[in-house]
Write a protein that binds this ligand. Structure first.
Ligand SMILES: Nc1ncnc2c1ncn2[C@@H]1O[C@H](COP(=O)(O)OP(=O)(O)OP(=O)(O)O)[C@@H](O)[C@H]1O
Ligand SMILES: [Mg+2]
Length: 368
């Protein structure tokens, strides 16, 4: 089956450091051979632990960082090679939403100026009044009042500031938005609203979204497909519901197991991740996950597994033994490590069950 691919990454590698022989530093293998295809109009999630290379990959996808090797194509154009007018079109079509809405908004600019600035660049033909009208429209679209245009970022709550960041990203009329942990700095109840808003916008405006998260719980309700990253590589990808229902890679199972169940029954398929992630300056040989994998065998220490179809069409896993894992002894999920984590999860569940988090079906967006 062929799909309309809007963002296509082929074998992307991004290494940092090294230097010449005098100033030699260890090479950080932040991204190491990632291929992915994002389809037009879908919400594609990239998840993984801190330091696995998600932000680096996002920056390469956006053309903000040059890859060490590999290629990225956006809407048929090579991202790395864009310059001049091509680069301007690329900047217009692909926008970024940052994790921390406070530090990403210039505190000395009014909301009207922040949201209107991209219009000055991408729609210079607009008169000042037309620009003000467009800003008012954009603010309303993200659930803010048009009269907020005269205020400054510090006068808003975190959720409102993220809405301003989204309005700014929408101003150039992009085809694709990449959100690097766009809700992780927000309170859980506000997270649900911002997730809902992004879902509504993607559906109503035909936007493609790439959402980066370290929390599988956050993306389940908003993404169509998900890629799980471990130490610079994709270890599993597929339709989100299928990956949640039938996780094939032990790492995905471990990540799912680390979503606290809060009184729910332990799921026999889930397991825990053992120990810390190895350094990306010296990734393990063979399968990079073998040092933490409860199912590792001799082959895993020497032979790197390829990402290949696992069980159902469109579902891929990079594990030599994914098809024998179903019979592996179950390991109970870990309880939430802290009270704060437990409370956060309880709020998230309440938001899901209360209907403020929905998956692309709810027209109404609760506002804050
Ligand atoms: N400019 C840089 N120079 C050297 N190393 C870097 C640079 N940027 C990132 N790294 C390293 O690359 C690895 C991947 O970093 P990255 O920020 O992409 O991870 P991440 O998955 O986004 O993590 P987090 O969830 O904490 O945001 C890390 O080990 C990081 O220290
Ligand atoms: Mg990051």
């Amino acid at each position: 089956m062929s799909h309309d691919v809007i963002l296509d990454a082929e074998n992307v590698v991004k290494h940092f450091g090294g230097g010449d022989w005098l100033s030699r530093t260890p090479v950080v293998q932040a991204v190491d051979g990632v291929s992915l295809q994002v389809r037009r109009g879908e919400t594609y999630a990239i998840v993984g632990e801190s330091g696995c290379g998600k932000s680096t990959l996002a920056r390469v996808l956006m053309g903000l960082l040059a890859p060490t090797a590999g290629h990225v194509r956006f809407d048929g154009r090579a991202v790395g090679a864009a310059s001049g007018a091509d680069l301007q079109v690329l900047r217009q079509d692909m926008q970024f939403i940052f994790q921390d809405p406070f530090s990403s908004l210039n505190p000395r600019m009014s909301v009207g100026k922040l949201v209107g600035e991209p219009l000055e660049v991408h729609a210079p033909e607009l008169s000042a009044q037309q620009r003000r009208d467009r800003v008012a429209d954009l603010l309303r679209k993200v659930g803010l009042r048009a009269e907020y245009a005269g205020r400054y970022p510090h006068e808003f709550s975190g959720g409102q500031r993220q809405r301003i960041g989204i309005a700014r990203a929408l101003a150039s009329g992009p085809k694709l938005i990449i959100g690097d942990e766009p809700v992780s700095a927000l309170d859980v109840s506000v997270q649900a609203q911002v997730i809902n808003l992004l879902g509504d916008l993607s559906r109503d405006m035909g936007l493609t979204l790439v959402i980066i998260a370290h929390d599988l719980g956050v993306i389940r309700h908003m993404s169509d497909r998900v890629a799980v990253m471990y130490l610079g590589q994709i270890v599993e990808s597929g339709p989100t519901e299928d990956v949640y229902a039938n996780p094939r890679h032990p790492y995905t199972r471990a990540l799912l197991g680390s979503i606290p169940t809060m009184g729910g029954k332990p799921d026999g398929q889930r397991s825990t991740v053992l120990g810390d992630m190895p350094s990306p300056t010296a990734p393990p040989s063979g399968c990079r996950f073998h040092t933490r994998c409860p199912h590792a065998q001799a082959k895993c220490k020497t032979a790197p597994p390829n990402l290949k179809e696992a069980g159902t069409p469109d579902h891929q896993a990079a594990c030599h033994f994914w098809d024998t894992l179903a019979s592996a002894p179950p390991i109970a999920p870990t309880p939430p490590k802290t009270e704060a984590a437990a409370a956060r999860f309880a709020l998230y569940r309440a938001a899901v069950e209360g209907g403020t988090v929905t998956h692309k079906t709810n027209q109404s967006t609760e506002r804050k």
